[in-house]
Design a protein around this ligand. Structure first.
Ligand SMILES: [Zn+2]
Length: 318
């Protein structure tokens, strides 16, 4: 693409900024207790303000509320979306990117802000616009543009209850150098690398050193796994960790057959294992015929090198 063509393309995409994706649309169903109950059950949120009517009636609000994070739930189209939806500005923008080679797509982040609570029988109205498009960026995935939609939610009285910003990267996919090199150097494939972020890198680093650690709340001593920043019991963000003895019991298991992913050996038994310390871990059961694996089976883990790059706990019959 020449500089002039790039300028013309950028003028075309920037013309989408401010365009409406969805006009103000009332949700088909009012806020209701059935959806709130199902959502909080799945998330594991036991706040009585959401689901305990008797408790909520005596609270300062005098009634139950919907979890603010459910804001986006009320306007979902449901099954109808599988049979196609009318074109909108976002779909047009995406096809414009695709037409110019920016076929890669990655949802990068969602940010919600809350201003007012809603309760059962309220109605949530959603509208969405394309809020901004970045300049051309060089990213690890390839060159591309970030665009952000802004959804605004109001109640049936026109009062703003919250906003949601959703940022998407559209990029020109780059051939991975590792894949290209593999053709002439015939590397043995390794397992999918563990994603190491701010909140879990310490756990994987310990695994590299041959240890399985379990995060422990410094305030109430509750153990938790997988790693996360806050204690679910007391909301403390102070934590340390203990080392697991890797004595465990199979809670649930499955044998993976298909698709066979390079780097993994089959048969591959994946299991949820309850550790002696009380937390669960997902791992493999090895060292026996897969048909011998059963619920309640006692197992003992060892941290082992499973390929050239990867250390992982593996569980054997105890
Ligand atoms: Zn705690």
């Amino acid at each position: 693409m020449t500089a002039n063509e790039l300028n013309a393309f950028e003028d075309e995409i920037n013309a989408f900024v401010g365009r409406e994706v969805c006009p103000p649309t009332p949700a088909k169903d009012d806020v209701n207790t059935a959806m709130i109950r199902q959502w909080t059950e799945i998330i594991g949120d036991t706040n009585p303000a959401y689901t305990n009517e008797a408790w909520a009636a005596k609270s300062t609000r005098g009634k139950s509320i919907a979890p603010p994070a459910m804001m986006y739930v009320w306007g979902q189209e449901g099954f109808a979306v599988t049979t196609g939806r009318p074109a909108d500005a976002q779909a047009d923008l995406v096809s414009l990117f695709n037409k110019h080679g920016y076929t890669g797509v990655l949802g990068t982040n969602v940010k919600q802000e809350y201003f007012k609570e809603v309760s059962p029988n309220d109605n949530v109205v959603m509208e969405m616009v394309i809020d901004n498009i970045s300049e051309r960026k060089t990213t690890g995935r390839g060159p591309g543009y970030f665009f952000e939609t802004l959804s605004t939610f109001t109640n049936q009285h026109g009062e703003k209850i919250g906003t949601q910003r959703f940022k998407v990267l559209k990029f020109i996919p780059q051939e991975q150098p590792a894949a290209a090199a593999a053709e002439d150097t015939l590397q043995v494939p390794t397992r999918i690398a563990s994603p190491r972020g701010h909140d879990n890198k310490w756990w994987w680093d310990a695994c590299d050193a041959g240890k399985v650690l379990i995060q422990r709340c410094k305030n109430c001593q509750t153990l938790r796994h997988p790693p996360r920043p806050m204690c679910g019991e007391c909301q403390s963000m102070e934590w340390d960790s203990i080392e697991s003895t890797l004595d465990g019991e199979v809670l649930s298991h499955t044998e993976l057959h298909h698709p066979k992913i390079p780097g993994y050996q089959y048969p591959l038994v994946c299991a949820v294992i309850r550790l002696g310390e009380g937390t669960n871990i997902v791992s493999n059961v090895v060292g026996c015929d897969p048909s011998a694996v059963h619920i309640g089976m006692r197992v003992k883990g060892k941290v082992e090198q499973v390929d050239e790059k990867t250390m992982l706990p593996q569980f054997y019959p105890a």
